[in-house]
Design a protein around this ligand. Structure first.
Ligand SMILES: Cc1ncc(COP(=O)(O)O)c(C=O)c1O
Length: 289
């Protein structure tokens, strides 16, 4: 993983029994994406030392800046060394419903597992994660335990999937039902329109930032995330964010990228329209005065 991988990956590794000293944080490039050559270098160092690199989590759309790790290049190294590649596309994965953003998933056909969360950006209530695994027995054989009281004909005849063998907990809620309703209600074109609208709103916000002399874009926009800051630096940017959030009209989060305090503007709510973006921007203009 890298320093930009979501903390849930590290938590998962801890649950799986990995210790801190067994986890490597790979170098990132200028866009905060993992450097595939650093991964290759690290794999070589570890294998030369008799260790067995076992797992890498790549991210399509990191939490802080929506950086896209180079999945295809990572897989080239990982597949040669029998390293499980998991891709976390929790947020950005929803954009792949639009053909024009499918490139985001370049290389995903080579990975061992992939997930994204429709509850983040695909109109589905919390919680709902789609998890894909390339070779089902790898997962199911690792997690299936069938005591007598769980035995039943439907599972044993292969008539049903027994999802207790796909996850940590035994039981699970019927989350796919609500996603099914979302898909039926909006249709594929409705889902695409939803994603495209937010990206258009973000493009508009980005152009407003670019045309203003007090603010600057810190990192080129990816999808609907605009990372920007006040030109006077960290303290001023932080003051602005705190002032705006304390007034309660809009709410936004921040991150730190290369020691730079950055505000994150993400239009992603169902009812957000262009007029809301203009109203939000007016708050930034006022706060910078
Ligand atoms: C890339 C990424 N992975 C995982 C998560 C965790 O998602 P959740 O809290 O919905 O499980 C997030 C949340 O922001 C994320 O951005």
């Amino acid at each position: 993983m890298s320093g930009h991988t979501h903390s849930s990956a590290e938590k998962g590794l801890r649950i799986a029994g990995f210790r801190d000293e067994q986890i490597r944080r790979l170098d990132v490039d200028g866009s905060f994406a993992i450097k595939a050559d650093d991964f290759a270098r690290q794999v070589k160092i570890d294998t030369d030392n008799g260790l067995i690199p076992a797992f890498i989590c790549a991210t399509i759309g990191t939490t802080s800046s929506l950086a896209i790790d180079p999945v295809r290049e990572i897989c080239e190294v990982a597949n040669k060394n029998q390293i499980w590649v998991h891709v976390d596309a929790a947020y950005a994965g929803s954009a792949a419903v639009c053909p024009e953003f499918r490139d985001l998933l370049d290389g995903v056909e080579l990975v061992d597992s992939y997930c994204f969360n429709p509850h983040k950006w695909l109109l589905t209530n919390f919680d709902c994660d789609l998890f894909y695994v390339a070779n089902k027995p790898d997962l199911v054989n690792a997690l299936t335990i069938t005591p007598e009281y769980l035995r039943n004909k439907a599972t044993e005849s292969g008539q049903v999937f027994d999802y207790s063998g796909w996850q940590i907990s035994l039981g699970r809620r019927f989350r796919s039902l609500k996603l099914w309703f979302v898909i039926r209600h909006y249709g594929v074109e409705g889902l695409r329109a939803h994603i495209r609208k937010h990206i258009e709103l973000a493009e508009h916000f980005e152009s407003l930032v670019e045309s203003n002399s007090s603010y600057e874009i810190f990192q080129p926009r990816v999808l609907n995330l605009v990372c920007f800051r006040h030109k006077n630096g960290n303290e001023k940017t932080k003051q602005i964010l705190e002032k705006i959030n304390s007034e309660g009209k809009i709410f936004l989060t921040h991150t730190i990228l290369d020691e730079v305090y950055v505000m994150r503007f993400v239009p992603g709510a169902i009812h957000t329209e262009m007029r809301h973006i203009d109203a939000a921007w007016a708050e930034f203009v006022k706060a910078a005065e």
